[in-house]
Design a protein around this ligand. Structure first.
Ligand code: ATP
Ligand code: MG
Ligand code: MG
Length: 551
């Protein structure tokens, strides 16, 4: 039964389309431009844009911009860029709740005229105290029974800037005894003498979320207004406004927000990390923002696949970040070309190889993708290998497949070499190793019949491209950051960034551009960072090859 595989929102939509309750699917993605988008938003994006695609409908991008003091054009632009990068297109122009301020004002006037809204002169504290708590009746404001005329006059004067912030608010007149606190005469307009990123100084009163969101949905004829579970208690209010205003009946449906282990998904806290410089910015590769993931080397497909795998639920849960990490490994395994990159170079001299001889070796770019082709790698007398691939005395010799005195390994795409000696400095560090190669063992043309257990990566010393590698680990060391009682900053992983200077990369990497992603064989996936210069390449590690998080 194909219905079985539909999530509950898709089932609802299909039922509505069949019964004729709705004839089209109009969704919206409604970010507040008060920060950069994070992985939680990706879930909402995939859901809203995905449903529009699936049911031939459309999805609006609407900036829910009713808190001018926290919002900015920078955030608007970053949000647009991130949605486009994920591969989605919103219908027509981007919308702004602030473009509806005239209409919303008219809606408020309509409520006042119906006797369903009043201007309250109480302070915010008095209003909050009057709401009491859900188990006992609230206390009615002494201003609740003002006449329509007086309310219209005061509300207009609020709009004209005659009053100070905090001196008056407009409240809906609903039910001070409701067990739902949102129905106890909620504030719908407040005075804020703040410049708005879109409307400038045109307004000094601003609608609050509940008086803007549903109405904007209605103005745009949104048929499915999808939001996270915290808004379940707001739904009666959402419906009350639509009924009283007699406007297009948009419908709110709630779904579970995405929570990820070891990850903060709250714009407010992410902003704190940025402002207090725990990270280098919103797009620091450790940030769970879309822009952070992009800079880290995550692909749009890996994020979308992850979100789809998580699915849509009606109950909150916490998703293992390992699922996201699996998703990027799976995608890059198919897409990323392999190269040799040596993090901690140890020089090997092949003593029976002529000093001036360079032989070109053929290397496979991506064993998962034949169309990726091959490349040539210069093989010379001096090469770099990974330091940890040489051990003078391996603790368990049978389990060690690297080099050591008298040991043999294959240099991948090259020859089999045997270690004949090494040099140490005064501190006992190995500084150089000496090997001989066997000319009968050239890769693809091996006539020796020799079998060796170890295969190592390598880079020709005269051709090597030095690079800086930024090795990232999780930004937080605590699995469930929702259940902590102390400050989330106490849970930052102090080792979330290790910088490796003077790694040595194979020469084919020379022309790589910012955003290009490679698999460094046996090391992990790495992306060229935009801080790279022609003189100095800088790579961010996207992810290790296998999960080795065990601390
Ligand atoms: P935050 O708590 O991080 O500030 P928000 O909900 O206040 O998030 P908005 O800009 O209002 O941020 O969010 C835009 C849309 O994205 C909303 O519809 C919201 O429900 C959705 N969204 C935000 N966070 C998540 C999440 N973690 N999982 C799923 N959807 C989310
Ligand atoms: Mg919000
Ligand atoms: Mg928020």
């Amino acid at each position: 039964d194909p219905k079985e595989s539909l999530n509950f929102i898709e089932q609802m939509i299909e039922n509505d389309l069949k019964s004729g309750k709705n004839s089209f699917v109009q969704t919206r993605f409604p970010p507040e431009p008060n920060g950069y988008l994070h992985i939680g938003h990706a879930k909402s994006i995939v859901l809203n844009f995905g449903l529009a695609e699936k049911y031939n409908g459309s999805c609006n991008l609407r900036f829910d911009d009713t808190n001018p003091e926290k919002e900015s054009e920078e955030y608007v632009n970053s949000i647009k860029e991130d949605i486009k990068w994920l591969g989605y297109t919103w219908s027509d122009e981007a919308r702004y709740t602030s473009n509806y301020f005239d209409t919303l004002y008219e809606f408020a006037v309509k409520l006042i005229k119906k006797g369903k809204a009043y201007v309250d002169d109480q302070s915010a504290e008095e209003i909050a105290a009057g709401k009491t708590n859900p188990t006992i009746p609230g206390i009615k404001s002494p201003f609740r029974d003002r006449s329509v005329e007086e309310n219209l006059d005061l509300f207009e004067r609020m709009k004209n800037g005659e009053f100070d912030a905090g001196s008056h608010v407009l409240r809906a007149k609903i039910d001070m005894d409701s067990p739902n606190m949102h129905m106890r005469d909620p504030i719908i307009y407040r005075i804020k003498k703040v410049t708005h990123h879109n409307t400038g100084d045109a307004w000094c009163i601003y609608p609050n979320y509940d008086f803007a969101h549903g109405q904007s949905d209605s103005i745009e004829h949104v048929t499915y207004s999808l939001c996270t579970l915290e808004f379940r208690d707001h739904k009666p209010l959402y419906d009350w406004f639509i009924n009283e205003l007699e406007i297009f009946p948009s419908n709110q449906t709630e779904f579970a927000r995405l929570n990820l282990s070891y990850t903060i998904v709250s714009k407010r806290k992410l902003l704190q990390l940025v402002e207090e410089k725990h990270v280098t910015g919103w797009d620091d590769p450790r940030m769970p923002t879309i822009s952070g993931f992009r800079r880290r080397g995550y692909t749009p497909e890996s994020i979308k696949n992850f979100v789809k795998k998580v699915g849509v639920a009606r109950r909150d849960g916490i998703t293992d970040v390992a699922l996201l990490e699996h998703s990027i490994r799976e995608d890059l395994n198919k897409k990323a070309n392999r190269v040799f990159g040596i993090q901690k170079p140890l020089k090997m001299v092949i003593t029976n190889w002529p000093a001036d001889k360079t032989e070109m070796m053929q290397a496979i770019n991506n064993p998962e993708d034949e169309t990726a082709g091959t490349r040539e790698m210069p093989f010379t007398r001096e090469i770099y290998i990974e330091s940890k691939d040489f051990m003078e005395e391996p603790p368990s010799p049978k389990k060690f497949f690297g080099l050591g005195p008298d040991r043999e390994v294959r240099l991948k795409y090259g020859y089999i070499v045997k270690c004949t000696g090494f040099e140490k400095d005064a501190n006992g560090n190995i500084t150089e190793i000496h090997c001989t190669y066997d000319p009968e063992t050239r890769s693809g043309n091996d006539t020796s019949g020799k079998k060796v257990k170890g295969t190592l990566g390598w880079v020709s010393v005269p051709h090597a491209v030095p690079a800086t590698l930024r090795l990232y680990d999780r930004l937080f060391r605590t699995e469930n950051l929702n259940s902590i009682d102390d400050d989330f900053l106490n849970h930052i992983n102090p080792d979330s960034l290790t910088v490796v200077e003077n790694a040595m990369l194979e020469p084919s990497i020379k022309d790589a551009q910012a955003g290009d992603i490679f698999q460094f064989e046996r090391q992990g996936y790495f992306v060229v960072d935009r801080d790279s210069t022609p003189e100095k390449k800088i790579f961010n590690r996207t992810i290790t090859l296998r999960d080795n998080w065990a601390k």
